[in-house]
Write a protein that binds this ligand. Structure first.
Ligand code: DAH
Length: 334
């Protein structure tokens, strides 16, 4: 009968050696130490043990119970303290790790960075200005008269009543930054300025109430329309590729004279098309007067391009709203 104890002890030792996790250990506890476990079974045999062997059998069974109880407690301590523990699943430190999911720049930010790069190589510095503007910088200094449709209160986000003197509004164009730069910097200046602009347009595939523009301004002695066109051609080639062509179509803006719309011929889904990407022109003398530049001495050109339009044309994005929905399945493509 005493053999039964030794046999159970060997079996328990083997089982314990094979334990490799908290679940195994719990199974071990139930099998040997549980209320219907092997040790209970052993004690149940006591009545069948011959009387002369009963004390030895009892002692042996108790010793084994104590030993297994201690082994169990020790193993449990290991799993708890080492969170998986020495006996836990083998950790292969050479196994390649899960690649971390990296974030990326938004396609608009990438476009802005590309613009800074292209114009930076042509010598343009980056300037900034506030998104909350006043009427003076958004319209008046830019030679936009009170009656101009762009000043209609319904076409702007006014923040203070439009009837008040020099009311505040969310800027509707980055041309405001031309004024702010010239007010604080003596000529010559050569800057680009990127940023958000706001107009209360209904949202559809090509309109959004907030979008981005890049503004360019170059003022020096003897700056001519040739400089403007050369700069825009250089830009179009760098941004859209050497095959892109540039066309200036006469137009009107209050802050430039002459003014033009800028078209770039580019490939749109395998077809070449002329796409309008912004406006430009020679800075109007009235603007120079507003900022205290001598219009007899200084000449300059300016341009303003839609950044969403550039990005959408370059990447074949068909709906401006996709740019602002922050759906990662869309954004991850760029
Ligand atoms: N500010 C104009 C707009 O928002 C774009 C523009 C046209 C900017 C001509 C210029 C320019 O600097 O010279 O539509």
């Amino acid at each position: 009968m005493l053999d039964r104890i030794e046999q159970l002890e060997r079996e328990a030792d083997a089982d314990l050696a094979a334990v490799s996790g908290a679940d195994d250990l719990e199974a071990f506890r139930i099998k040997y130490l549980g209320s219907k476990g092997a040790l209970k079974g052993l004690m149940g045999l006591l009545k069948e043990v011959p009387p002369d062997q009963k004390p030895a059998f009892g002692q042996g069974a108790n010793r084994l119970r104590k030993k297994l109880q201690e082994s169990f407690e020790a193993a449990k301590g290991e799993y708890v303290s080492a969170g998986g523990g020495r006996r836990g699943p083998k950790l292969d430190v050479t196994e390649p790790a899960m690649p971390p999911r990296l974030g990326r720049e938004h396609v608009i930010t990438q476009t802005i960075d590309a613009l800074i790069d292209v114009f930076g190589r042509m010598g343009f510095d980056v300037a900034t200005g506030p998104e909350v503007e006043d009427e003076y910088h958004n319209f008046i200094a830019l030679n936009i008269p009170q009656a101009h449709p762009a000043r209609d209160p319904l076409d702007n986000f006014y923040l203070t009543p439009p009837s008040r003197e020099n009311p505040h509004l969310l800027r509707s164009q980055t041309s405001t930054i031309q004024i702010r730069v010239m007010e604080t910097t003596p000529p010559p200046v050569r800057i680009i300025a990127m940023g958000r602009v706001y107009r209360p347009d209904a949202h559809d595939a090509t309109h959004y109430s907030m979008f981005h523009q890049v503004e360019g301004l170059y003022v020096d002695e003897n700056v001519s329309m040739v400089d403007l066109k050369t700069t825009l051609i250089q830009f179009a080639h760098a941004y859209f590729g050497a095959e892109a062509e540039v066309r200036l179509v006469p137009s009107y803006f209050p802050f430039t004279e002459p003014s033009a719309e800028l078209y770039v011929k580019m490939k749109v889904r395998d077809r070449w098309e002329w796409i309008e990407i912004g406006g430009c022109g020679m800075v109007d003398p009235a603007v120079f007067e507003a900022v205290g530049y001598d219009p007899e001495r200084w000449t300059g050109f300016a341009f303003g391009l839609g950044i969403e339009r550039l990005a959408m044309r370059k990447h074949g994005i068909q709906d401006i709203r996709w740019l602002f929905e922050n759906d990662l399945r869309f954004l991850r493509q760029f």
